[in-house]
Design a protein around this ligand. Structure first.
Ligand code: ATP
Ligand code: MG
Length: 423
């Protein structure tokens, strides 16, 4: 991909769309990101808004974050911004801090992707690159567009604008090279295709079906992170369908795949669609809730075929192998297991031999009820049960009883050093 690196004549010319030719308005860009862009530019550096921020602005969506790339080297960035910390060993990134804990990430243009964690050798300056190299090292064309603060134009080295128009997630370069270089890109492709409701380009689609099992050559924590990210933005049902079509459910969750073959994938997409509904109203769900929703139909299937005696053990035996494969952290596994097991009790309110009060007192009740509100809302009876449990809980726990003194917060170690926000 970088074979023409030393020959400037071979450097691709970008297409540049001036301010009047695109829809990005500065009023939709985070004011702090704008400050950073302007200040870098005033100090004589190239400064672009990059990545998902540009993509989402062009699509009229609200970006999740605003990342910046610049010709300034990390130490130069640090000199310009007092409220800045350099992070990362393999590739130094600048984090610029603002009020309310907001961080704007600024990275120097680079040539090669360094996405495989922080355990490699310390960076040398030869990873810094030109804007076109920075565009070409990115994963998909729609993620490689630049917004240039100096003239408000959009710079496109990779035909990303065209793909954006056609609703296409297309690899930059050969899919085979790019997916083998970083197998997590297969999941990223699914994530963006679900998030934007775009198609994967035909070659990527074909290739993922073929080499899906190579996903395990990527770092497992990144697999976990991508699964969480693709299910957290209100398009989890679509992400599940895409994963399933490509055979990635069979690779990542063989137990779920077997279950789908015996019953139906609808059990999963219906549950996740209800999670999506919640995400649209309440924002991104916590990771444990994503996995609890994802595993619920499978747990329910196993429960239906069991004697149903020891629920906690059943939940553990069912969920542990699935969780271990993708290295779900222990604490998260505990919540998933407890909340799944609790669903049987919550559904069993009317005929239960157990007193409802027993479970109402459990520390995990609120989490279990959150899951119950999602899984039970598919039927009339379920919805009735949800309101019966709501009534049993009494008034909302957020309303504190009058007259109680607030507990003083314990001090937890020294305060982090204050970083003055820039103006
Ligand atoms: P989101 O809106 O969900 O944050 P994003 O496009 O910003 O989506 P990030 O994971 O935050 O995605 O990454 C920021 C940008 O960095 C991407 O748009 C892409 O250009 C680049 N990038 C991230 N991960 C990779 C990767 N594994 N390979 C190549 N480029 C990547
Ligand atoms: Mg991002």
């Amino acid at each position: 991909m970088h074979s023409n690196q030393d020959n400037p004549a071979a450097h691709p010319k970008p297409s540049i769309v001036s301010r009047s030719g695109h829809t990005i308005s500065r009023s939709n860009i985070d004011p702090d990101a704008l400050k950073v862009l302007y200040r870098l530019n005033r100090h004589g550096h190239i400064a672009y808004l990059v990545g998902g921020g540009v993509r989402d602005l062009l699509l009229g969506k609200k970006p999740k974050d605003f990342d910046i790339s610049t010709s300034a080297h990390p130490n130069e960035i640090k000199k310009i911004f007092g409220n800045c910390r350099l992070i990362g060993r393999r590739f130094r990134l600048a984090h610029i801090y603002f009020r309310g804990g907001k961080i704007i990430e600024v990275s120097t243009f680079r040539t090669i992707s360094v996405f495989n964690g922080e355990d490699g050798p310390v960076t040398s300056d030869n990873t810094f690159g030109t804007p076109w190299e920075d565009a070409f090292r990115r994963d998909f064309t729609v993620n490689a567009l630049f917004y240039n603060i100096s003239d408000f134009s959009v710079i496109d080295y990779v035909s990303g604008l065209q793909d954006l128009k056609h609703g296409l997630i297309r690899c930059i370069g050969e899919p085979e090279v790019r997916f083998r270089e970083d197998p997590i890109r297969m999941l990223r492709g699914v994530r963006f295709s679900a998030l934007l409701d775009f198609d994967l380009d035909a070659e990527s689609d074909r290739l993922i079906r073929e080499i899906k099992d190579e996903i395990w050559e990527g770092a497992t924590p990144r697999i976990l992170e991508e699964i969480i990210r693709m299910m957290a933005r209100g398009t989890a049902a679509r992400a599940f369908t895409r994963l399933n079509e490509l055979g990635l459910i069979a690779t990542l969750f063989p137990e779920i795949d077997q279950h789908i073959r015996m019953e139906s994938a609808d059990l999963y997409t219906d549950t996740l669609a209800r999670l999506d509904k919640r995400s649209h109203i309440q924002g991104p769900p916590e990771p444990w809730l994503i996995f609890a929703c994802l595993f619920y139909p499978y747990f329910d299937f196993i429960y239906r075929g069991s004697s149903g005696d020891d629920l906690v053990k059943l939940a553990r035996d069912t969920i542990s192998p699935v969780c271990q494969r993708i290295q779900v952290p222990r604490r998260m596994q505990d919540i998933i297991r407890q909340t799944l097991a609790a669903q049987v009790r919550l559904f069993g309110l009317r005929g239960s031999r157990f007193k409802p009060r027993t479970i109402l007192r459990k520390a995990y009740f609120q989490d279990a009820f959150t899951l119950f509100e999602i899984v039970a809302s598919s039927s009339n009876e379920g919805r009735e049960l949800i309101s019966e449990w709501s009534n049993l809980q009494g008034p909302s726990p957020t309303k504190k009883p009058a007259g109680r003194r607030p507990r003083r917060r314990k001090k937890r170690g020294p305060k982090p050093p204050a970083i003055a926000p820039i103006r």
